[in-house]
Design a binder for this molecule. Structure first.
Ligand code: NAD
Length: 314
C-alpha cells in the first residue's frame, strides 16, 4: 500500500508518522514545494522505522506518486498580513489545482483525502477539478468533522466512564463554527444515552451538556491559543482514513463530501456519517435527526453554500 502526501508541513508529516505507527501503509512519499522540509521530515520519520516496521518514507516529486492508492492533500499557504479570507482562499485554490492536476496525472486511480482548510470548501473545489479529469466524487473525501466527532466521543466517554470506542455520536455539517452535535441519537454500546445514564447513575444535566458542546466546538481555538496549530488529532484521523481504504475496513466516519442537495440546500459539501471502504466513499448513512437538529444542519449547509457563492462571484 503506497500513499502520497502533498504538503509536508505539520499536518502532512504528522499524518505520515501516524500512518507508519498504525502500519496503514508500507510506502509513503512526501511532496512539498519546500523540498528541504520534505527531505528533513522524511529523514526524521525514517529514523523511527527500525522501532516500528520495515516501511519506506521518502521525499519525492509528482512522478513518485505512480502506484499510490491514496493521496493526501495537506498543502496550504497561510494568511499574509492584510490579506482577506477570500484572498487566502484564492491562493489555496491555486495550490489545490496544481496538486490535483499533477497527482491525477501520475495516480489516476487514487483516492484523495483532503485536509487543507477551509476543508469543506477545498473538498468542494477538489471534486470540481477532479471531475474535469474524470475522477468521480466517491474518490474525493474531505476529513470534515472526523476529528470533531472523535472529540465529541472522547469527552462523552470520559464523562460516562466508558471507552469512547463504544460511544456512538456524530458531529455533522461544517468543519467550523456552525458544526452540529447530534445529541438525539447517541448510544453507548447499543444502549440509548438516556438509558445508559440511568443504568450507571451518572450525573448529566444541561450544564454538563453545554460544557461538552463548548469543548468540542472550541477545541481547535484552545489548542491554537496554546501551541499555534493542531496536527496530532488530524494526523491520526488521516492515518485511520488511509487504513480504512487500504484494508477495505468498511468503517463509518463523518467525512465531508459534495452532495447534490441536503436539507433543501443545493450543491454543497459538508460532513455526514459515511460508510468508507477500499473504493472510497460508499454512501451516507440515513441518520435520523430531530427537527431542531435539521434546522441547525440547514443553517450550517447555508453558511458553506454562501461561502461558495462568495467565492464564485469573485
Ligand atoms: P504548514 O504550513 O505546516 O504546512 C503546509 C505545507 O504546504 C508547507 O510545508 C508548504 O511548503 C506546503 N505547500 C504550500 N504550497 C505548496 C504547493 N504548491 N505544493 C506543495 N506543497 C506546498 O501547515 P499545516 O499546519 O501542516 O496545515 C496544513 C493545512 O491543514 C492548513 O490548511 C490547515 O488549516 C489544515 N488543517 C486542517 C485540519 C482539519 O481538521 N482538516 C486540522 C489542522 C490543520
Amino acid at each position: 500500500m503506497k500513499v502520497g502526501i502533498i504538503g509536508a508541513g505539520l499536518v502532512g508529516s504528522t499524518a505520515a508518522y501516524a500512518i507508519i505507527l498504525l502500519k496503514a501503509a508500507n510506502e509513503v512519499v512526501l511532496i512539498d514545494k519546500n523540498t528541504k522540509r520534505s527531505i528533513a521530515e522524511a529523514a526524521d520519520i525514517q529514523h523511527a522505522l527500525p522501532f516500528i516496521s520495515a516501511s519506506d518514507v521518502y521525499s519525492g516529486s509528482y512522478d513518485d506518486l505512480k502506484g499510490c492508492k491514496v493521496i493526501v492533500h495537506a498543502a496550504g499557504v497561510s494568511q499574509k498580513p492584510g490579506e482577506t479570507r477570500l484572498m487566502l482562499l484564492e491562493r489555496n485554490t491555486a495550490v489545490l489545482r496544481e496538486v490535483i492536476t499533477n497527482a491525477i496525472k501520475y495516480a489516476p486511480d487514487a483516492i484523495f483525502i483532503i485536509a487543507t482548510n477551509p476543508v469543506d470548501i477545498i473538498t468542494h473545489l477538489s471534486v470540481g477539478f477532479a471531475s474535469e479529469l474524470g475522477v468521480p466524487r466517491e474518490r474525493i473525501i474531505g476529513t470534515g468533522t472526523t476529528l470533531d466527532t472523535a472529540r465529541f466521543r472522547a469527552l462523552l466517554g470520559r464523562h460516562f466512564g466508558v471507552d469512547p470506542h463504544h460511544v456512538h455520536g456524530y458531529v455533522v455539517g461544517e468543519h467550523g463554527d456552525s458544526e452540529v452535535l447530534i445529541w438525539s441519537n447517541i448510544d453507548v454500546g447499543g444502549v440509548a444515552l438516556i438509558d445508559f445514564i440511568k443504568f450507571r447513575k451518572v450525573e448529566f444535566n444541561t450544564d454538563i451538556k453545554d460544557e461538552i458542546e463548548n469543548s468540542v466546538r472550541n477545541a481547535a481555538y484552545k489548542i491554537i491559543e496554546g501551541k499555534g496549530s493542531t496536527y496530532y488529532g488530524i494526523g491520526a484521523a488521516i492515518a485511520r482514513l488511509v487504513e480504512i481504504i487500504g484494508r477495505d475496513n468498511r468503517a463509518i466516519l463523518t467525512i465531508s463530501t459534495r452532495v447534490k442537495e441536503i436539507v433543501g440546500v443545493k450543491d454543497v459539501t459538508l460532513s455526514l456519517p459515511h460508510l468508507i471502504g477500499g473504493e472510497g466513499d460508499l454512501g451516507v448513512l440515513p441518520l435520523k435527526l430531530i427537527e431542531k437538529e435539521k434546522i441547525l444542519l440547514e443553517t450550517s449547509a447555508r453558511i458553506i453554500r454562501n461561502k461558495l457563492d462568495e467565492y464564485d462571484r469573485n
